[in-house]
Design a protein around this ligand. Structure first.
Ligand SMILES: [Zn+2]
Length: 351
């Protein structure tokens, strides 16, 4: 990744504009050629016994329908850099891809004479149909996993550990939206960042820890428990440099919240922890200040629950948790949800 977030956001945004422009040109050239050659196109059911062509058209259309359904999920929930680049180029790309897909869907009902007559064109269309349909359907098959989560009965029910407007980054129960899921102890772990009014999670060029709105935010107890252990001696890391892989959690609080249930709050600021080992804590109690210590690229609050008290104990298993009540924005529009979970790119409010 680039040295600072502003640069990265700009490069990413430029890439999206180039992709948008390229697809738009492709789509418009296609529109032009179809209109120009409209006399040579035939209604698909009038082309005689060309079952191969009809079947390929049908298969391709099914793939396109899956693609239309996947598009918003990939761009709004799965995309990791959704919140680094401006929304405009991202939405423009979605719009152009929708335009092309719908155009192709409509064109699936017609066929050009040259496709029927030319072997090369037929083979090209055959390969395109197989490739696109397979990839669209494979992508669609994993999309429902984005929204899967263990049931309410199997989850720990918590209050949110922060106050204000926040964004869930790596979060959820699937690897493609949550890299934590690659490590069994951190299954279901979440990374949270605070947002300003404009929905950004940092200001200036994002080179200093203080550019990030999460830095210095208060962290509260998500549930009742007892402080099992803590770390409080690590300096904050520089943004995008010097991740501490030996002490991944950095300054860390481990709260015993039940039998074989240990809740971890990580990357806290040095000297900010307001409780001691053995203390009982109550839900909503101020515990510490969010920072950038440990294995972290930029300030955020990491939280997860394990069945064993040592972070990343290879024998430990991560446990699922949900939040009792929150205002959450997934896709479009805010909703009040209860006993629900967070996935990547969810926004939420907490007071
Ligand atoms: Zn994390």
């Amino acid at each position: 990744m680039e040295e600072n977030f502003r640069q990265f956001g700009q490069t990413y945004s430029e890439g999206l504009w180039i992709a948008t422009a390229s697809f738009l040109i492709l789509g418009l050239v296609r529109t032009y050629l179809v209109i120009k050659n409209r006399n040579t196109r035939k209604w698909i059911f009038n082309i005689g016994p060309e079952w191969f062509v009809i079947a390929m058209k049908a298969v391709f259309a099914i793939g396109l329908v899956f693609f239309l359904f996947d598009l918003p999920v990939w761009f709004l929930n799965v995309a990791q850099y959704r919140n680094v680049a401006p929304k405009l180029p991202q939405n423009a790309l979605i719009f152009v891809l929708y335009f092309i897909t719908i155009q192709e869907l409509i064109l699936s009902f017609t066929v050009s004479e040259s496709l029927i007559q030319q072997f090369i064109k037929r083979m090209f269309f055959f390969l395109l149909a197989v490739f696109c349909t397979t990839s669209f359907i494979l992508a669609a098959a994993i999309v429902p996993g984005t929204f899967q989560y263990p049931s309410v009965d199997d989850s720990e029910l918590l209050e949110l550990p922060v106050k204000g407007d926040y964004l869930a980054m790596h979060s959820g129960a699937a690897k493609w939206i949550n890299y934590h899921c690659n490590y069994p102890p951190q299954l279901y772990a979440i990374d949270l960042v605070k947002l300003n009014q404009e929905g950004d999670f940092f200001q200036n060029d994002g080179t200093d820890t203080t550019d990030f709105f999460t830095f210095g935010e208060r962290v509260f107890a998500p549930t009742n428990g007892r402080i099992y252990s803590l770390e409080d001696g690590f300096e904050n890391q520089k943004v995008m440099h010097g991740e501490d892989t030996i002490h991944p959690g950095g300054n860390l609080l481990v709260i015993e919240i039940g039998v074989n249930k240990f809740l971890f709050l990580a990357h806290l600021q040095k000297g900010s922890i307001k409780v001691n080992i053995g203390d009982s804590v109550q839900t909503g109690q101020l515990l510490a200040i969010a920072g950038n210590s440990g294995n972290t690229s930029f300030p955020h609050l990491h939280m997860h629950i394990q069945n064993l008290p040592t972070i990343n104990d290879t024998l430990a298993q991560g446990l699922p948790f949900r939040f009792k009540k929150m205002e959450r924005k997934r896709y479009f529009g805010w909703q009040s949800v209860e006993n629900d979970f967070l996935i990547r790119n969810d926004k939420f409010k907490s007071n």
